[in-house]
Design a protein around this ligand. Structure first.
Ligand code: GRF
Length: 200
């Protein structure tokens, strides 16, 4: 059973989906800590209901990003976790944090990367006029949504789609894909060779 620390800033639907599958043993993992950079994030409430330790660490309480991330790191290092899972964590992690952490950091993004990184990926896809978008689970590196890709799911963009309808369909697939990838980690099926990631 691998141990996960989840970092999230908002509504927490990805965390909730992952936690549900941990609870039902569909994935061999356990969420041991949820950290948020927002004190009113819904994800904290969901974690509390699930009896998972949850804490807000607010960047505004620290002098700068580096010091904030040191505090984050301290919390994480108190726990012996195997994987850090970003689930709607709306801050870019600095290189010091990424280099200090000894376990993989995963992120999920609502587009087929490398298309449409950054904020409002679903709107970017609609505005660009692509016919297919989707979601991507990737390892976190020092860039913006630029780390090696682990898995992707393509989703058609329909003529009648707006940001809301497309986001909803993508989100359903996010919930499935993220859990799937975490299970690959739990089963030690992930092999990294530079930018290429293989699922054995
Ligand atoms: C998701 O769309 C995810 O791809 C992006 O942020 C959103 C988080 O949603 N990184 P939720 O908080 O998990 O519901």
């Amino acid at each position: 059973m691998i141990k996960l620390v989840v970092l999230a800033s908002g509504r927490g639907s990805n965390f909730e989906a992952i936690q549900k599958k941990c609870r039902s043993r569909e994935i061999d993992a356990e969420v041991v800590l949820v950290l948020s950079n927002k004190s009113d994030a819904k994800v904290l409430e969901i974690a509390q209901k699930e009896n998972i330790p949850a804490k807000a660490i607010l960047p505004t309480n620290y002098q700068n990003q580096d010091i904030y991330e040191e505090a984050l790191l301290k919390e994480i290092q108190l726990i012996d976790c195997d994987l850090i899972v970003l689930a709607g964590y709306m801050k870019v992690l600095g290189s010091r944090f990424i280099q200090s952490v000894k376990v993989p950091i995963l992120n999920i993004h609502p587009s087929l990367l490398p298309s449409f990184p950054g904020l409002n990926a679903q709107k970017q896809a609609i505005d660009y006029g692509v016919k297919v978008s989707g979601c991507t689970v990737h390892l976190v590196d020092e860039g913006l949504d630029s780390g090696p890709i682990i898995a992707q799911k393509a989703i058609p963009v329909l003529p009648e789609d707006n940001v809301e309808t497309l986001s909803k369909r993508i989100l359903n697939e996010e919930h499935r894909l993220y859990s799937e990838v975490i299970q690959y980690f739990a089963l030690q099926k992930i092999r990294v060779e530079g930018r290429r990631i293989f699922i054995d």
